[in-house]
Design a protein around this ligand. Sequence first.
Ligand SMILES: Cc1cc2nc3c(=O)[nH]c(=O)nc-3n(C[C@H](O)[C@H](O)[C@H](O)COP(=O)(O)O)c2cc1C
Ligand code: SF4
Length: 513
Amino acid sequence: MTVRLYLPRDAAARSMGADRVARTIEETARARKLDLQLVRTGSRGLLWLEPLLEVETPQGRVGYGPVSADNVASLLTDAVLKGGAHPLCIGLVEQHPYFASQQRLTFARVGVIDPLSLQQYQAHGGYQGLQQALKMSPADIVQAVTDSGLRGRGGAAFPTGIKWKTVLDQKATPKYITCNADEGDSGTFADRMLMEGDPLCLIEGMTIAALAVGATQGYVYVRIEYPDAIRTLREAIGIARTAGFLGPSIQGSGKAFELEVRCGAGAYICGEETSMLESLEGKRGEVRVRPPLPAIEGLFGKPTVVNNVISLASVPVILAKGAAHYRDFGLGRSRGTLPFQLAGNIRHGGLVERAFGMTLRELLYDYGGGSASGRPIRAVQVGGPLGAYFPESLFDTVVDYEAFAGVGGMLGHGGIVAFDDTVDLAQMARYALEFCAIESCGKCTPCRIGSTRGTEVIDRIMRNENRERNLGLLQDLCETMLQGSLCGLGGMTPIPVQSALQHFPEDFMRTRS
Ligand SMILES: Cc1cc2nc3c(=O)[nH]c(=O)nc-3n(C[C@H](O)[C@H](O)[C@H](O)COP(=O)(O)O)c2cc1C
Ligand code: SF4
């Protein structure tokens, strides 16, 4: 009987040698005349175990990892091919503590199916959401998304249903669906994992969005640093089109929707929605003054939905299982699940999809296992390079949008970067300003000039030149950037700086040469 093996084709697994492992498995199977089928999947998100090889057994898939090509000979034995013991065995993957307690709604298929198999996609619930949507009126689809409580997962957490309603209400045509897959935040990789592991889910979500607002053309804006995601998405779009899930008449409905992938060069500011639209139009990525909102005058001046990958990929399950099912996860105004991404100095880095409501400490220790270095975790930055630095005393903060805002932070795209007690928060504050100086689009003065002056002020503080006066100046500068910047890059760069000053003032008192 054919034994089925699964190995990720995700870029994280490939970077750890998954392709070599795959080749060695095939060569060894040929040499030993083994009846094997190797399925390449997305990643389960247990990144420290990549490449994670899984063997299908009647009880479920048994995992072995991290596997190197040198391990293959000892893995392709009768015992292991039945899920038996091996030093790399982690047992049944779905019973692994890191995985078993997750609530996978958006990532339900990632790591499970071949991302380019329409048959497997549909066998695991794929396209049920679209089938539902095809039976509904545009207003009912928008209402379902509103009722689900879904808020944008790209950073600003704006209610997705309200955004869609604005686009639906516009008379101008054509309308566009744009997917923001720039994923520029430090420590984030959920968009990439979804696009590589379940691209049809994103395509389905965008198609439902198109039906909801009456759009006929969509674009996925992906940064060029994601070649695997770009390739996988393009292939998946071809598969969906061939099967009639994209094109002039989606599933014979008479409603048209076309989709293309567009590559960005990888500037952080091109993740800001209006810069992304400029870039999609072939122009320099520079922020537009709002109003008008993109929902009213967006791409090429037409009504445009701009949503993050995870926002759009959460839509199929909302339509398939109902708004109430999705809304039942989470708490307060933070409904559903968020794929948290654990990165930085953390022992078990990876992706954890859970409902809102757990604490930062649970994520860092129950899932992350503490720091990779074994030293105490001193600070975490949540929400990308513009997020606050949290000290240990805030690790019991509940992970939801409002609770985070209440302690001066933001959840953003769910990236959590851990630092141990060797971190220098004055240097990190300087880095935030330097990052802003490098990535600023240059349109407004507080950000363009303020970020550069800010790094100079921190340099003076660290050299103990007029320290007290320069600390005051730094606070002033942060206020000016907060109040006077045109967009979130200049407007939020003060957050990491001010949180470092507030929670780690001692680091600004140490003199460096
Ligand atoms: C400087 C800056 C960078 C951003 N980068 C991203 C990004 O990489 N991906 C993303 O989805 N949103 C990013 N955003 C947020 C977008 O402007 C926008 O709010 C989002 O794409 C809307 O989608 P959502 O409602 O689904 O979250 C960024 C915002 C700012 C200010
Ligand atoms: S804040 Fe910075 S990135 Fe944003 S518009 Fe102004 S100069 Fe450009």
